[in-house]
Design a protein around this ligand. Structure first.
Ligand code: SAH
Ligand code: SF4
Ligand code: F3S
Length: 441
């Protein structure tokens, strides 16, 4: 153990990409806490700047370099400022980052960041290994500070599915499931620190299959039921799921487990079997639709969301229309859609691309349809009474913002309420990306 210095050093973290990076940033901040660093929101006063990066699309990855460019004057002014790059670009590009940007002191991959404190003590370095040890077990224990009412908990990492467009199997490595005992211990610790909602994270979270306390393997549905037994925990969510890993027991948990929220993000990527095959998705439109049917039988009010890629190599107008058709048939609560971005090292990288203008037009058309579905889904909440967990005060005095059961942001006049209250709210109004409501009697 090192003794923290008397004046704490300041750490600024910028997080790009998915929720898993948000979780990792929190863990890195806690790890650096034992080195005497406290978080700052102000980059200009930081002793260390850590960029936790995303490699999923070219634009995401290039953001790192524009941000590093903007850090040059600060580093010139204060050469002792430490600059670190973590996350998936760190993993994918490693030493290349320092070659392109010599102001970077350290590069640490997503599976090696338990070694971050030691790297900082040494003054820098590069570590993009996939160590055999579990990083979570080697992170310094964080101080038992209070946490926000909603928290992430990573239960599974990595991916063995190798979709033809995707960098994740390379940046995050092979699929690993954390054991039940460690997940339950972390969940209980979070609840002990004021957390009432936990979102279980994994690149293929529903493919989680970890070791149970008796040494036998558990499935994800069983894990959810065990977490639901924690007193003081009110809500459970999980993301991101793969359609091929939606086991019967998990679907049943959506029917039986009241703490499991009625919301499911289930990426489908395309509505054309030809494209799904080229993407190596290993499911068809029909199996996806049948799965949705079964999920809705188990939990009729569930809100479904998804991810789509338009302009994947070989995509024709007919394929695109098939995607629009799938969207029309499912009716999503909201969804993310992306223009295909060729990623070095992935199987689809060298394939001939769809013309950029055509892909742009398809993206617009798909987004218009998804936006209209989102609007309708939000409108259908008006008049209903929903649970809302308050996460922070709103902009106006006396106002609170929280998340509904369906993950919509909800603004409520509630002058007596506190962050962390879980209340019943009657929804009165739907705005483009949020709802408004009043406390139910
Ligand atoms: N593990 C999750 C998603 C991980 S990435 C899953 O399997 O669904 C999040 C989303 O980014 C993907 O669902 C996909 O829609 C999108 N994406 C991934 N690679 C992409 C690429 N090369 N170009 C455009 N979008 C991409
Ligand atoms: Fe990427 Fe496919 Fe794995 Fe999801 S399932 S992380 S899209 S390779
Ligand atoms: Fe991006 Fe890595 Fe997440 S590539 S989406 S930060 S797993």
């Amino acid at each position: 153990m090192t003794t923290p210095p008397s004046t704490p050093k300041k750490l600024f973290i910028k997080t790009y990409g998915c929720q898993m990076n948000v979780y990792d940033s929190q863990r890195m901040a806690e790890a650096m806490g034992s080195e005497g660093y406290v978080l700052t929101e102000n980059q200009a006063e930081a002793d260390m700047v850590l960029l936790n990066t995303c490699h999923i699309r070219e634009k995401a990855a290039e953001k790192l370099y524009s941000d590093l460019g903007r850090l040059k004057p600060l580093k010139a002014e204060r050469p002792d400022l430490k600059i670190g790059v973590a996350g998936c670009v760190a993993q994918a590009e490693g030493a290349e980052i320092q070659r392109r940007m010599p102001l970077v002191d350290l590069v640490v991959g997503p599976q090696a960041y338990h070694r971050l404190p030691a790297m900082v003590r040494k003054g820098g370095g590069i570590d993009t290994e996939f160590p055999a040890e579990d990083k979570f077990e080697h992170l310094p224990k964080p101080a038992a500070t209070r946490r926000a009412p909603a928290a992430f908990l990573t239960v599974q990492e990595g991916c063995d599915k190798f979709c033809a467009f995707c960098v994740v199997p390379y940046t995050r490595g092979a699929e690993v499931s954390r054991p039940v005992a460690r997940i339950l211990a972390e969940a209980r610790d979070l609840v002990g620190r004021g957390v009432r909602e936990i979102t279980l994270l994994g690149q293929n979270v529903n493919g989680w299959h970890g070791e149970g306390p008796e040494g036998r393997e558990w499935g994800f549905g069983r894990l959810i039921r065990a977490i639901a037994e924690i007193d003081g925990l009110d809500r459970i969510r999980y993301t991101t799921s793969h359609p091929n890993d939606m086991a019967d027991d998990l679907i049943a948990a959506h029917r039986d487990e009241p703490k499991l929220m009625p919301y499911l993000h289930l990426p489908v990527q395309s509505g054309s079997d030809r494209i799904l095959k080229a993407m190596n998705r290993k499911h068809t439109v029909e199996t996806y639709l049948r799965l949705i049917e079964r999920i809705r039988e188990a939990r009729p009010d569930i809100m479904l969301t998804s991810d789509f890629i338009v302009g994947f190599p070989g995509e024709t107008d007919d394929d695109h229309r098939a995607t629009l058709d799938l969207v029309a048939r499912v009716n999503f609560g909201t969804a993310f859609s992306f223009k295909y971005s060729p990623r070095p090292g992935t199987p689809a990288y060298e394939r001939p691309e769809v013309e950029s203008d055509i892909a742009d037009a398809r993206l617009q058309e798909l987004q218009a349809l998804l936006t209209s579905q989102q609007k309708a889904a939000q409108q259908s909440m008006v008049g209903r009474e929903l649970g809302v967990l308050f996460e922070k005060p709103g902009r106006n005095p006396g106002q609170m913002v929280g998340k509904s059961d369906y993950l919509h942001a909800v603004f409520v006049e509630a002058p007596q309420a506190r962050v962390g209250d879980l209340v019943r709210v009657r929804i009165t109004h739907s705005a483009p990306n949020s709802l408004a409501g009043e406390l139910a009697a």
